[in-house]
Every structure is written in C-alpha cells, then in structure tokens.
Design a protein around this ligand. Structure first.
Ligand code: TYD
Ligand code: MG
Length: 457
C-alpha cells in the first residue's frame, strides 16, 4: 500500500489538491470530482539538482522586440484566429465537444502545412483513433497523398524519444487526455497525467521550436476537461464550437499570447470536411424569412470582424406552470435584465408570458450591444408587429432604460450596407460626436427604451 503522505486528493475538474478526501471541491464547487492520486515520484522530471540558482539579468521595458516568424497556413480562418499564422515554438490547445470536428480540422491544418513545407516535418499523433480510421478520414477529405507523418500511440515517452531525432515544424496530439507517462501512477485522463504529459510535450516543443497542437476534451460545463492549469501552460487556447444540428462551426480564441483574443474563424462542415466561410453574415442570415414578428437583425462584432445575426423571440401567454424563459445563444441573466427594464420603464408585463429567445444559426453572442436588438425582437413578438426586413439594430441598454453607445458603429453599419440593409436603429449617444457616424444608410438614433416603444404604436 502507498504511504499515506504520498497521496494527494485532486479535483478532476479544476486541479485543486487537498490533504484528505472531501465530497465537494471548495475551489470550483463541483461534487464528487476529488479522487485519490499518488504523488509523482519525481515531480516533473529533471528538475535541476543545483542548490543555488543562476543570476537573472534584468532589462528595461523599452527595447527591440522580436517579431515572430509565422507559418501562414492554407486556412485563412486559422491564420486569423492565431493572430496571423502559427508561431514556431508555440503551443495551442484546441477544446471542443466530442464530434464537433477537432480531429478533422487539425488533420486539414496538418495536411495543408505538410503540402506547403514538403519536408516531412508535420506529424499527426492520434491517441484516440487507429491508423486506419485516420486514413479513412484523410481519404474522405482528399488529403491522403499529403506528406503527413501519422502515428497512433499514447505514450509520451515514445513520442518524445521519436521527436528528439526528427526536425518537426508541426506536431498534433489528438488528444492530451489519452496520453500517459509511466512515471505518473494515475490513469490517463486524470489531472496528474494530463498535466505531466502536457508539461513534457510543451518542453520539447519550446526546445525544438515546433508548433504543438493539443486537442482537449470539454466537460458538460464547457471547460476543457481535466485541469484548468492546462490553459495556463499553453500559449493559445482555441475553442471549437457549434451545434451538431447546424453545419457551421466557430473557432474562437479565448487566450492568445501571440495575437488578439475574441477573434473567430467560421467553418462549414461538409461531406469533404471543413470549408472556410468568408462571409459569415450571409450564412447566418441565409434562412431568414422577411417580415415576421419577433425577428430582428443585430449588427455585431466578433473579434475584429462584423457579423450580422438574426435574433428571434417568441412571447406567448404562459400556462398554469408559471412563466417560462428559454434562451439559446445568449445570456439568460441579460434577458432577465432587459425584461425587467421593459417592465419598470415602459410598463410592459411579462409575468404571464413565456419568453423564448434564439440566436438563429446557433451562434453564441456575448456582446451587450445586442441588448437593443433583443428588446426589439421581444417587443415585436409581444405586439405581433414585424420589424422592417431591411433594418439592423445595435445598442446596449442600461438599467435606467438609457441606450448606450457601443464600439465600432461604422464597421457594423458598413457590413449591414454590404448585405443590402438600408435602415438602422442605433444609440442616440453617438450624437455626442465622440464617434462620428459615416454611412449612406438612413439611421435613427434612439436615446431610451421609452422612445423604442413609440416605434411600435
Ligand atoms: P471529428 O473530427 O472526429 O470530431 P472530434 O475530433 O471533435 O471528436 O468529427 C466527426 C464528425 O464530423 C462526424 O460526426 C462526421 C463529421 N464529418 C463530416 O461531416 N464531414 C467530414 O468530411 C468529416 C471528416 C467528418
Ligand atoms: Mg477526435
């Protein structure tokens, strides 16, 4: 039996360590996630045995900064999300639900790079699928003749020994939860294994200067499974999102040491793999029916790119079980706030109404700039008065009912105009002239929600 003090109790959700077992993790609040794990006999191999450290040289903040050399891939959406291309020596964690298309995307990235570089330096290591399965996928994607070096293994030690003798430019590990190190005694997928395996792989990527992609599974709550620490260890975290019922997928940067976050890349899953979508607004609006009550087009910004989406609301009388609220693609707290503002400032009443809100197409919106569009969709459904089909809306709603200015109004309006919209409703505060509106579209500035109601009378 292992000695008592050689055991840690580790939360499999957030990685917190406890001296003894408990039912609930104090750090992340999850139940039944704490399991017994043997401490690694050597904490992350080869820690320096020297007693004293070396002297550090301090420098000033001002100085020549290095511009990163980047591999520009053949997928422009990947280049956009990574901040202009893949940085050699950087580590990218790609998270997403099972079956969303992570393996497909990374095989396409790997094959694209291999075709470009033609020096046998692109490696795809699968711990989840057998060689045959990956080959079948490659054939389906039309990538079977790309010079990708494929292997199926789960041993980190074997991977490191092999890569040591090669000169890789790109290595894909699919997935980090399947990898294991002999020195760590817990099962693959446990916090200790995932952390130790990632640490060793990141170390060799930095030393040899290749780009490393780690695929990570996502828990039901939407975080990358296993330790949160994984997100701190890597340079870039990308989430691959989408709805299984829809064809398009969104790659979102949530952390990027080499570029902007909140950038999105949009793909469509087709029979022949993931195809880049150059004009996401046209895709999101493709199935829109003109002149239906409860529908409002929001001119949003995702990262640096304007995206137009349709917000749909359905307000109906509630039954005997109380008023229901169901929301897809937006924050439920934010909807509750908007309904409360409409009740308090405009005398509307939603207590006897069910409210359903849907961002058409399955996109998730986090911008408060969508408040005004949500409010208009809700009022339009409640009053059964359709909004003009050539109108876009944006603006944030404050608790006192004021409509606040949002960033980049001109970029939003330009995109709307490009897609044939001729009319816009925007916040009044732009007339403070802090941001000058330049557009050929006709637009109306609204200062508060009371003014909004008068548009429906
Ligand atoms: P996959 O890349 O295996 O997902 P993950 O690695 O995230 O688990 O994607 C699997 C799904 O994608 C599967 O349901 C089939 C679908 N798919 C297509 O629709 N077209 C394709 O060309 C490929 C390869 C997969
Ligand atoms: Mg996969």
């Amino acid at each position: 039996m292992a000695k008592k003090n050689s055991i840690d109790y580790v939360c499999q959700s957030c990685g917190s360590v406890y001296p003894k077992w408990q039912g609930k993790c104090d750090a992340c609040g999850e139940w039944n996630t704490i399991v017994e794990e043997k401490k690694p006999s050597v904490e992350f191999s080869n820690i320096s045995a020297k007693k004293q450290g070396n002297q550090i040289d301090f420098v000033s903040l001002d100085g020549e900064s290095q511009t990163y050399k980047r591999f520009v891939t053949n997928l422009s959406e990947i280049n956009r999300v990574s901040g202009g291309g893949l940085v050699p020596g950087s580590v990218v964690l790609v998270g997403g639900d099972p079956g969303i298309g992570k393996s497909t995307l990374l095989l396409q990235v790997c094959a694209g790079m291999a075709n470009k570089l033609k020096d046998n330096s692109c490696f795809y290591i699968s711990g989840e699928e057998a060689i045959d399965q990956v080959r079948i996928r490659a054939k389906r994607l039309g990538l079977a003749d790309s010079p990708v070096r494929l292997a199926s293994t789960t041993s980190v030690k074997d991977i490191i020994t092999t890569l040591e003798k090669e000169n890789p430019s790109l290595v894909i590990i699919d997935s980090i939860q399947t990898m294991y190190l002999d020195e760590v005694e817990s099962t693959p997928g446990s916090v200790a294994q995932v952390r130790a395996a990632a640490y060793e792989l990141i170390k060799i990527a930095k030393r040899k200067g290749f780009t490393l992609f780690l695929v990570g599974h996502v828990t039901k709550q939407g975080a990358i499974a296993g330790p949160r620490v994984l997100e701190h260890m890597v340079d870039t975290v990308l989430y691959f999102e989408g709805d299984r019922g829809h064809h398009f997928r969104i790659l979102r940067a949530v952390k990027n040491r080499y570029g902007a976050t909140d950038e999105i890349g949009v793909f469509e899953m087709q029979d022949t793999g993931l195809v880049e979508v150059e004009n996401p607004s046209a895709l999101f609006l493709a199935e829109r029916q003109g002149c239906v009550s409860g529908s409002c087009v929001f001119a949003g910004i995702e990262g640096s790119r304007p995206v137009l989406v349709e917000i749909q609301a359905l307000v109906g009388n509630s039954g005997y079980n109380g008023a229901k609220r169901a929301i897809v693609g937006w924050d439920s707290g934010r909807l509750a706030m908007i309904l409360a503002v409409l009740e308090a400032r405009c005398g509307m009443n939603f207590s006897n109404h069910d409210v359903y809100l849907n961002i058409a197409g399955g996109l998730k919106i986090s911008e408060p700039a969508a408040d005004l569009a949500v409010a208009m969709a809700v009022i339009s459904s409640l009053t059964n008065k359709p909004l003009p089909s050539d109108m876009v809306v944006f603006g944030e709603i404050g608790l006192s009912g004021e409509i606040r200015a949002v960033s980049q109004p001109n970029l939003r309006l330009k995109e709307a105009q490009k897609l044939g919209f001729t009319n816009a409703i925007i916040p009044h505060s732009f007339s403070d002239k802090k941001q000058k509106i330049i557009t050929n579209m006709s637009y109306h500035e609204i200062g508060n929600v009371q003014r909004l109601i008068s548009r429906f009378n």
